[in-house]
Write a protein that binds this ligand. Structure first.
Ligand SMILES: [Zn+2]
Length: 267
């Protein structure tokens, strides 16, 4: 089994499989990009964690898409394996769904034109999913592990890769590969001044072959203020685009409005 998306979303795991600290909102008085909504202060020296909007006044929901590629998957890409998903991006544009893409730096290097295109489209915002897609806490579903001393550099390297590709709509949010973290990881990443973003609805799209099952899992899980994790990686999440084409109209039918994570944070 590929380690590509293992842990990001295995379908059977809980929403926040290895969360060891209570989720908190961005620090008061410390605007995080455009999303400086005051909230509970993060414990001293730790990266704040956002999971969902807890006081959503209206039916908002944020779809997020992890553009995964681990640092050692270059040879597989060279053999023709596709870690991108242009059809998914096209459908999000066609359906006009504002959304947040958590991109690895390695993905931006492999697909610079797509990274630039997505990152210059106001429909999307680009957040950081590490450079290497290695784990920031061990164990994490078999992912290789980043040394603690290299964690901050791995985050910075992804931002540098975005810049090199010409990605513009970058927001200071970080999703831990596999969603795996602990206080040590939150401390190690804190100097990068990002907000860690988890989720409350797991789509189960990784390695899924049944788009309806993915759609139904999302439709059953979404409530006002929810944050859904999905993937933008065709080879390991092949039915995501199909699922989105069902999820979007059904949620709109229920009165939901799609927003980016930054809008969700603003409330
Ligand atoms: Zn991932």
């Amino acid at each position: 089994m590929s380690t590509l998306l293992v842990g990001c979303d295995s379908g059977s795991e809980k929403a926040s499989p290895t969360r060891t600290t209570a989720p908190v909102s961005p620090q008061p008085g410390k605007p995080v990009g455009k999303a400086g909504k005051a909230g509970k202060k993060a414990p001293r020296g730790l990266t704040p964690v956002f999971e969902r909007a807890r006081k959503a006044g209206s039916r908002t929901v944020a779809l997020t898409f992890d553009a995964d590629m681990t640092a050692d998957q270059g040879p597989r890409a060279a053999r023709g394996e596709r870690f991108d998903n242009p059809a998914l991006i096209a459908s999000l544009r066609k359906l006009n769904v504002p959304s947040t893409v958590f991109m690895t730096g390695r993905w931006a290097e492999e697909y610079p034109d797509q990274a630039k295109s997505i990152g210059n489209d106001p429909l999307f915002e680009i957040a950081n999913h590490s450079y290497s897609h290695y784990a920031f806490k061990s164990p994490c579903y078999g992912l290789p592990v980043v040394d603690r001393n290299d964690m901050r550099a791995d985050v910075d390297r992804a931002f540098a890769a975005f810049k090199k590709a010409g990605v513009r709509n970058v927001v200071p949010y970080f999703r831990f590969p596999g969603g795996c973290y602990d206080d040590a990881a939150l401390r190690a990443v804190a100097p990068a001044k990002v907000t860690a973003v988890q989720w409350d609805v797991i789509s189960g799209d990784a390695f899924a072959t049944n788009a309806d099952a993915v759609a139904e899992q999302v439709l059953a899980g979404v409530r006002p203020g929810s944050l859904v994790v999905m993937h933008c990686t065709r080879s390991a999440a092949p039915v995501t685009e199909q699922a989105v084409r069902r999820i979007v109209p059904e949620l709109r039918e229920r009165g939901y409005r799609f927003v980016k994570v930054s809008d969700l944070m603003r409330g």
